[in-house]
Design a protein around this ligand. Structure first.
Ligand code: SF4
Length: 414
C-alpha cells in the first residue's frame, strides 16, 4: 500500500492525573513484589539454611517498559467503550501480554498488521509498543484516522534519529540486530530516510560482519551477498553491495550484547580503513545500546564476581536483552533460561529454553537436588520481566529445598 509521506498519526494523551493514579495502583498490584523489594534492601541476598539466593544488582522492568505498560493500561481506562488494539506485543513478556489481553486489548499479530490496520476506523485506538512500529504501518494507521497511543521508548527514537541522519548524509545504515525483531524493523524503516532513498543492512553475527568486511575490502560475489541478506529480509529493497557499502554508518538494536556490538563496530571500522587507505571519512558509528540493557548486563557481571552454583534467568524467550543475559551466564556457569517459576518442575528437573537448539527442553540439576549440601543460586531477569515473577521463582526455589513461604517472608524481614 502506497501512502502520502505527510500523513501524521492522531496521537492522543491518556496521562491525566486521575487516570494515572488508578493505573499505578493496578500496575503495582499486577507486577510489584514486596519480597523482591525486601531482599534488595538487605543486599540482594537471602540465605535460609543451606540455600542462598543472590539477586543481580539491576534486573527487571526498565523505565521504557514501565512507561509502555502504564500507557497501555491508561489507554484501556480512558477508552473503556472503544476497541483498543495493540501492534504485536507491548513488550516481550507473556505474563504482561496475557494481562493486557484479559483487559480486552486486542493484539494484532506482526504478520497481519498492514492488512488488519487497514480495516480500522477513526473510532479505534491503536497502541504502538515500546519497540516502535514501521513507518509504512504508521502511515496506514494515520490514513485510517485511528487514535494512537504511542509508547515507543525514547531510547529507540534516539536510534531512529541516528539512522535518519545517516540517510540524510548519504550513508547506508548497518544495524547490528535481529532483522525480524520489531525494534529493528522499525529502525530499518527509518534508515530509508525522509525521502525513502536511503539503504540499510542488518547484521546479527560476527560471521555476518566478517562476510560484509570481506566484501568491503575486496568485493565479491554480489549474488551470494544478496542471497544471504535479502533472504533474511536484512537489507533494503534495491540494496547493491557494490554501491551501498561505500559510506556506512553503524547503529544497533538497543538490547544487544555490548561486547559483541563493540566488536562489530571495530571490525567494520577497520574494513573501511583498509579499503580507504586509513581514511575514516566514509565511516560513522554511534553506540545505541540503551542504559537499561547496559545496567542489566553490568549487574550480571557483578553478580558473577561471587561464587554461584547455577544461574536462573527469568523472562520471555523472545526477549532480546534477556537472551543476552543468558549468553553471558552460559560463558561462566550452568545457566537456565526460564519463563516462570513453573519451569522449576522439581529439584532435579528444570524446563528451560535452549538458545542453541531454539526450543524448550528439560535438564537435570544434581546440585539443586542435593538438599544436604549448600547451594547458591543467582537470579537475574531482563528489562521486560516483572518482579512478581522473580518473587515466584524465589519462593519456588525455597519450597523445593524444603523451606516454607512463611520462613521466606520472615527471613526477608516482612
Ligand atoms: S530495554 Fe531499553 S530501549 Fe527497550 S524499553 Fe527498556 S529502556 Fe527502552
Amino acid at each position: 500500500m502506497s501512502l502520502s509521506p505527510s500523513a501524521a498519526p492522531r496521537k492522543v494523551n491518556v496521562r491525566t492525573p486521575e487516570v494515572m493514579e488508578r493505573v499505578q495502583a493496578e500496575v503495582e498490584k499486577h507486577y510489584r513484589s514486596a519480597l523482591v523489594e525486601a531482599v534488595r534492601k538487605q543486599g540482594s541476598v537471602l540465605q535460609i539454611g543451606s540455600t542462598t539466593v543472590r539477586l543481580a544488582r539491576e534486573f527487571g522492568f526498565c523505565y521504557g517498559v514501565e512507561r509502555a505498560i502504564d500507557l497501555a493500561y491508561a489507554a484501556r481506562r480512558v477508552f473503556a467503550d472503544k476497541r483498543v488494539f495493540l501492534l504485536g506485543e507491548i513488550i516481550h513478556n507473556p505474563e504482561v501480554n496475557r494481562q493486557l489481553t484479559e483487559m480486552g486489548i486486542i493484539s494484532i499479530p506482526i504478520e497481519d498488521q498492514e492488512m488488519a490496520v487497514a480495516k480500522l476506523s477513526s473510532e479505534d485506538v491503536v497502541i504502538v509498543p515500546a519497540f516502535g512500529a514501521e513507518t509504512n504501518l504508521m502511515k496506514i494507521i494515520s490514513s485510517r484516522g485511528c487514535m494512537v497511543v504511542d509508547t515507543t521508548c525514547g531510547d529507540v527514537m534516539s536510534v531512529w534519529k541516528r539512522v535518519r541522519g545517516y540517510a540524510k548524509g548519504g550513508f547506508t545504515s548497518i544495524i547490528h540486530g535481529k532483522a525480524s525483531h520489531e525494534e529493528t524493523r522499525a529502525t530499518s524503516s527509518r534508515a530509508l530516510g525522509d525521502d525513502g532513498n536511503g539503504h540499510y543492512l542488518v547484521i546479527l553475527t560476527l560471521a555476518d560482519v566478517d562476510f560484509v568486511c570481506d566484501y568491503i575490502r575486496q568485493g565479491g560475489d554480489r549474488e551470494a551477498f544478496l542471497k544471504r541478506f535479502s533472504a533474511a529480509s536484512a537489507c533494503s529493497q534495491g540494496f547493491d553491495p557494490d554501491l551501498h557499502l561505500r559510506r556506512v554508518g553503524v547503529a544497533n538494536q538497543t538490547t544487544m550484547l555490548k561486547s559483541e556490538t563493540e566488536e562489530i563496530q571495530r571490525r567494520l571500522k577497520q574494513a573501511i580503513a583498509d579499503r580507504d587507505e586509513g581514511s575514516q571519512d566514509n565511516f560513522q558509528v554511534f553506540d545505541t545500546i540503551c542504559g537499561a540493557t547496559q545496567d542489566r548486563q553490568d549487574g550480571l557481571f557483578d553478580l558473577l564476581q561471587k561464587p554461584l552454583d547455577l544461574l536462573l534467568v527469568v523472562g520471555g524467550y523472545n526477549s532480546s536483552n534477556t537472551t543476552h543475559l543468558v549468553e553471558i551466564g552460559e560463558q561462566n556457569l550452568p545457566t537456565f533460561f526460564i519463563r516462570t517459576s513453573d519451569c522449576l518442575t522439581s529439584l532435579e528437573q528444570i524446563l528451560h529454553f535452549d538458545l542453541h537448539l531454539k526450543c524448550e527442553k528439560t535438564s537435570y540439576s544434581g546440585k539443586l537436588a542435593d538438599t544436604t549440601s549448600a547451594v547458591t543460586i543467582g537470579i537475574t531477569a531482563g528489562a521486560s520481566c516483572p518482579n512478581n515473577l522473580i518473587e515466584d521463582t524465589l519462593l519456588r526455589i525455597f519450597q523445593l529445598r524444603g523451606v516454607s513461604q512463611q520462613e521466606v517472608w520472615k527471613a526477608a524481614g516482612i
